[in-house]
Design a protein around this ligand. Structure first.
Ligand SMILES: [Zn+2]
Length: 258
């Protein structure tokens, strides 16, 4: 027997696939009820302890431009004195120090090696969190190494941190990088590497922030002149757009709060 799939079903599948691919976060505004509405602002964060030296060189730039960021640090308990001093300097400048895993291990690798979310939580979250606290820092914010996460590990980590950050790809159970709602405390973020490839993605999001109670999350890694590093001349375009529209910088820990 021959099965005929109606044309409209095929069209519907095609349209929903296309929408999924080119899905625009601004549709989220009308999608669901929200208990914790977003505030207008850009939550800027930078990842990885290995980038501390480059960050240190930009401290005065951030201060002069009144930029507040969150720096996600891994390998607590293993920093050199110089690295520890840079972390303290960033904190003293008013930036947030966040947690980025004990050993910068990818959650998906744990699962692939027949480990569990609980073992990841114990080894990559709890032990490093304790070392961070011993170093004198308490944080409400955590960024997943390589953005690798799911709702199972989210539920465990949310016992210790109120704001979790993933990356652009991996939507399951998280708020968009450009969000009107901050329920749940789990967010995706847009990479500043887009400034090299598709800068308009970031600029368009920034222009849409004007007059909207919406939060945009941006993240980067190293800052400097080398290929692959965030070029401050390019970043200045973001600073200028925000200045023109009076958009504030937000610390990650400010997300999901009244
Ligand atoms: Zn990282």
């Amino acid at each position: 027997m021959r099965t005929n799939i109606p044309v409209y079903v095929v069209l519907l599948l095609f349209v929903s696939t296309a929408l999924g691919t080119y899905w625009n976060p601004s549709f989220e505004k009308y999608d669901h009820n929200c208990n914790q509405l977003a505030h207008q602002g850009v939550a800027l964060s930078f990842d990885d302890s290995k980038n501390l030296n480059g960050w240190n060189d930009t401290r005065s730039y951030f201060t002069q431009n009144n930029i507040t960021a969150t720096f996600f640090i891994d390998h607590w308990g293993h920093h050199t004195n110089e690295q520890s001093n840079i972390i303290k300097g960033l904190h003293d400048d008013g930036h947030e120090i966040g947690f980025h895993g004990s050993n910068h291990k990818k959650y998906a690798d744990y699962l692939r090696n027949n480990e569990t979310a609980m073992s990841y939580y114990e080894h990559e979250i709890l032990s490093g969190t304790q070392l961070m606290e011993e170093a004198g820092y308490e944080s409400e914010s955590f960024a997943y190494p390589m953005g690798s996460r799911d709702v199972v590990i989210d539920a465990l980590v949310l016992q210790n941190y109120s704001v979790l950050r993933g990356i652009r790809w991996n939507a399951h159970g998280s708020n968009s990088w450009s969000t009107f709602c901050e329920d749940g405390g789990v967010f995706r973020a847009l990479s500043l590497a887009l400034l090299d490839s598709e800068p308009d993605v970031i600029y368009d999001e920034l222009h849409q922030l004007s007059g909207e109670e919406r939060t945009l999350l941006l993240y980067g890694h190293s800052i400097g002149d080398e290929p692959g590093e965030l070029d401050l001349n390019e970043f200045q375009n973001i600073v200028d757009i925000m200045g023109e529209s009076n958009i504030p910088w937000l610390k990650m820990s400010e997300l999901g709060h009244e």
